[in-house]
Design a protein around this ligand. Structure first.
Ligand code: GUN
Length: 290
């Protein structure tokens, strides 16, 4: 029999709601001043059901907090040239402050070419090579990728110690793993990246005071991977037998962890609130200063 979890739950739903409340206030102030409102445009190509759910949440959240948003959907057979033309139009449109092209894109479209086409000043995902470079150099004008930035906000909200801690990032994607490590490094953590070729993954993970799992393998991280008292961050969203599960086996890992994120209700809501915050950040960078 398993004993009840002793870990502190890192509640992304609650933390994101508090942040959304303060973003709502900021937007109400902008509106009261009669200034144009920040606008986010989300572009979805194809009919991937998970992506449809995610973009719906993004548009709905923007609406709830009083931000302008538009969802542009295109069929799966949209050509790369057609998508690039949409981006060129959004780049030129002064009423648009943030552009997000939902990933993954259909296989016939080159993702990097699409990301490179987005005006870096409207790149709300922080995925353009220029923004990645700014992030790497610690430039405060960098718009940071939403999921890793959201994870940092969550860790800080719960005062999880970062400086001098061993942080292990499981996964090396451009969208999560790589920027996650950079952000942890900026907070003076000692960062190790792990991936599919890492020898003795469990042993490396057991050294982690902070373990971020972003590999898309359901329940990969079991108690055997967890250092007692560690903070375990689960970025995975996998569908297993009709249920949403993360990359972390919550039941076993939460017996040993000091802090742990649930799925759902952990990192997911933090990604969305960070997208809203990033849109406002880009809007403010583009506004003339008084
Ligand atoms: N697909 C899953 N997460 C994300 C995200 O944060 N940004 C984009 N553009 N696509 C995603």
């Amino acid at each position: 029999m398993t004993s009840p979890a002793t870990a502190c739950i890192l509640d992304g739903k609650l933390t994101s709601q508090n942040l959304l409340d303060s973003l709502s206030l900021e937007l109400a102030q902008i509106k009261a001043q009669g200034a144009p409102l920040p606008k986010l445009v989300v572009v979805l190509v194809g009919d991937d059901p998970a992506s449809q759910v995610y973009v719906g949440k993004k548009a709905k959240t923007a609406q709830k907090i009083g931000m302008l948003s538009e969802l542009l959907t295109y069929p799966a057979d949209t050509t790369q040239a057609e998508l690039l033309a949409v981006i060129a139009r959004l780049n030129q449109d002064a009423s648009v402050h943030g552009i997000l092209v939902q990933l993954p894109l259909p296989k016939h479209i080159d993702t990097l070419s699409v990301i490179r086409a987005i005006d870096p000043k409207k790149d709300v995902d922080g995925l353009h090579p220029l923004n990645m470079g700014l992030l790497m150099t610690g430039d405060p004008s960098a718009c940071k990728p939403c999921t890793p930035a959201g994870v940092m906000t969550l860790l800080k909200a719960y005062n999880v110690p970062l400086a001098g801690q061993n942080a292990v990032v499981l996964g090396r994607s451009n969208i999560v793993g790589k920027p996650m490590g950079m952000l942890l490094l900026q907070e003076n953590a000692t960062v190790t990246y792990c991936h599919s070729k890492t020898a003795d993954l469990a042993a490396v993970c057991r050294e982690a005071d902070i373990l971020v799992a972003a590999v898309g393998v359901p329940n990969l991280v079991t108690a055997d991977f967890v250092k007692p008292g560690a903070a375990i961050i689960d970025v995975g969203i996998n569908r297993l037998d009709g249920k949403l599960v993360g990359d972390v086996d919550f039941t076993s890992a939460s017996q040993k962890a000091g802090f742990i994120t649930p799925v759902p209700g952990g990192v997911g809501p933090m990604t969305i609130v960070t997208l809203m915050a990033n849109t406002l950040f880009l809007y403010r960078q583009g506004q003339p200063t008084a």
